[in-house]
Structures are given as C-alpha cells and as structure tokens.
Design a protein. Structure first.
Length: 306
C-alpha cells in the first residue's frame, strides 16, 4: 500500500544536556519517513534548498524512501534550532529560518497522487488542504498541526479537520485547539469537528487514541537512556501510518496495534540525536519491541477477586 508524507525537510541544530548537533537531517517528513519505512515504503513531498546535503538523503533512499517528490528550490533550506531543559521536559526554539520553506507550495508528482495512506505533517493548513485536492482516492488521511496554525489559521484548520480521518497532535496543541485543559474533553471536542479518531501524544507519558465510543492508551516504552526527544511525534506518526499501510487495514483493532508501532518508533527516535536512533534498527528490532509492549501492558486478570 502506498504511503505518502508531506512535511518539512529540515536542517536541525539541537542542544540537549548530553550534547549538540548542528545542521543535522531533520524535519517532520524526515522523521516520519525514516521510521515509517521500516514497515512500508514512503514517498516524501517537501522542499530543500541548494545547501541541503542531498547525498545524506540519498543514502536513506535505500531504506525505501522515495525522495523524488522533494522539490529543489533556489535559496536556503529550512533550519530549526532548539534547546532542551536539563530533564528534557521542555524545549525552547532558539531560531526558525524558513528559507525555501516560506514559499513552499506542494505539487504532487503524478506518481504520488494515488497514495492510499497520507500523513499531512505540520505545515500551513491551506497547503495541507491543497495536497488533499491533488489526491485521487486516499483511504486514510491523518494530519498534524501546531500552535502557530491554531492561532493564525483557525478557519482553514477547521476546514481541514472536517476532511481528515485522524488528527494527531500533542497534548499542548489539543488543549490550545479546543480551549479545554482536560485532554479527554479536548479530544472529544476535536472528534465533534470531523475526524473519526484523535491521537494525543504525551511524550514520556504515552499516547491516547480517542474514538467516539472508546478510548485506548499506549504508554511510552520505558527507556533508561534518552538523548534527544526531537521528532518523536513524527516518528510516532511514521510507525502508526507505516503499520496501517503495511497491514492494509483501517479497522478499530488495527488502530490500536498502530498505536503500539507508533510508540515503538518514538522510543527509537529519542534514543539518539536526530535520526541516528534509527541507524542500526531493522524490522526485527521493531517487532521485538512491539512484543515487549504486549508483554509489559498485559494484565493477567484473575477470573474472580480472591
Ligand atoms: P517535534 O519534536 O515532533 O516537534 O518535531 C521537530 C521537528 O520539527 C524538527 O526536525 C524541526 O525541523 C521541525 N520543525 C520545527 N518547527 C517547524 C515548523 N514551523 N514547521 C515545520 N517543521 C518544523
């Protein structure tokens, strides 16, 4: 099944208490595709400038990532600089340089318009709507957004919500979008605006899947070493959508399994700087970690209370 992601292809400079990187491969589409391609080939739509290390992207193509939909524009690539607090709980954006991303207007190559599984990474909701208008018959559409669009492009975002199957956001974004501090009520508010499902990511506290009639929760994988939380949410989305595309499913139970694949990919993302956490990971490692999730979340209920 074909899986498409539209999002940022960035050069990230990240500072954590454990070290720093400069101009490392990053961006929502990169994290998504590096994680998702462990399960299903991924086609990427994005934009890079003339300064982007194209060779590094091409090396990743061997994992099953198709970069042919990434436009090469004249100018500087999108750059993002962020710094984490000592406990990695909060992050400050030091700099965002949009470069060629400022005038990005995604044009899907003919070969990408038939994709069945689509993830609209965090870009202007007008552009996300523009991508949807170029697609033929997507089977499942998920999207992300951020505070900037929630504040600045609310009407367009609401129009988008009515057209997607799943909104995947973090808890702060869900609160801001709904105006409600309680994430369960916030998710309910979002469900009433169109999406059939809402996924709310809560970092080290796991992720919630809310559907109209039931709720599912997946913890984060218990890790003793965390180096860089950047991109965990996009890697989660890559695992979630990659699993659904691979299994060719959209059933309620497959959504629960997809949550576990999402959380698994999030755990690989945070274990190294940038996308390095995925360097030595193959499908066997993913499946082993998914099995561990099944084990450590299993509750062996007694038939009756003794
Ligand atoms: P996350 O940790 O899930 O928030 O994702 C971090 C990634 O988002 C980094 O790789 C950044 O390059 C990218 N990013 C940061 N700001 C933006 C933005 N305004 N638009 C698109 N991507 C962004």
């Amino acid at each position: 099944m074909s899986l498409l992601v539209v999002g940022s292809v960035a050069l990230d400079s990240i500072y954590t208490p454990f070290g720093e990187t400069a101009d490392a491969l990053g961006g929502s589409a990169v994290y998504f595709s590096v994680a998702g391609s462990l399960l299903n080939p991924v086609k990427v739509v994005g934009v890079i400038g003339q300064d982007y290390p194209v060779k590094e992207l091409e090396q990743l193509a061997a994992r099953g990532i198709d970069w042919s939909g990434v436009e090469r524009a004249t100018g500087e690539s999108f750059r993002w600089k962020g710094k984490y607090s000592y406990d990695l709980q909060s992050r400050e954006t030091l700099e965002t340089r949009l470069g060629v991303f400022a005038t990005f207007d995604p044009k899907l190559p003919e070969s990408h318009r038939d994709a069945e599984y689509v993830f609209l990474g965090n870009i202007d909701p007008e552009l996300q709507l523009g991508v949807l208008s170029q697609m033929r018959a997507p089977k499942l559409i998920a999207c992300d957004t951020m505070n900037y669009w929630i504040q600045g492009k609310r009407p367009q975002l609401m129009e988008l919500l009515a057209r997607v199957d799943i909104l995947m956001v973090n808890d702060t974004e869900a609160r801001e979008l709904s105006g409600d501090w309680n994430i369960h009520r916030a998710a309910r508010w979002i469900l009433a605006r169109g999406p059939k499902r809402v996924v709310i990511k809560q970092g080290e506290h796991g992720a919630l899947l809310m559907e109209p009639d039931r709720t599912f929760y997946v913890p984060a994988f218990p890790l003793e070493e965390v180096f860089d939380p950047t991109g965990a949410g996009d890697a989660f989305a890559g695992g979630f959508m990659g699993y659904l595309a691979r299994s060719r499913q959209t059933s309620p139970d497959s959504m629960r399994r997809a949550m576990v694949y999402g959380s698994t990919m999030g755990s690989f993302a945070v274990a190294g700087f940038g996308v390095k956490g995925f360097d030595a990971i193959d499908l066997g490692d993913v499946l082993a970690r998914v099995q561990m999730f099944a084990d450590f979340t299993h509750v062996p209920l007694a038939e009756r209370i003794e």
